[in-house]
Write a protein of this length. Sequence first.
Length: 176
Amino acid sequence: MIALREGLSDKDKRTVREIVAGLKELDSQSLLSYWISAELDEAEIYNTLAKRTREYSWDKRIPALFEKLARESAEHAEILLREYKGRYKNGGLVKTNVPSIEIELSLDELMEYIEKGRLDDLITILMESERIARDVYIYLAGETSGDMKELFEHLARIEEGHYQKLKELRDSLEGA
């Protein structure tokens, strides 16, 4: 299913596995609701990281990338919301009991990495988060068909793009 590697603590790995198990139990309306919220959470995290790295880092590429990823995550939420509104005319999103995969990755821990100048560790954890999101989207694409399958495949490609952008940044910082 979904392999967990780079950067995550054992606690975070357990949490991600529990979240994925919870996602498997959701119907398609709840699943779309969940991912809309998750993408908004991700946008919020990247905005917060952009502000903090601007305060603590001398390299402007780091907050610039985080701002770009925040915008893209908000755009993903809009794509999902359009799909949701097209499918479900009942108005608001469905509340799920599955915690957001983005929020469960400790924002306090990410901030600590920034404050201590551990940008390589920060970027590695963010890469893992993007990889997990990609893998979950791939898994969901395999469990659905038609428009939903195409949507999840598209979102998986976008998450892979986020992963690659973070990797390029990490590699360029290592070479500096």
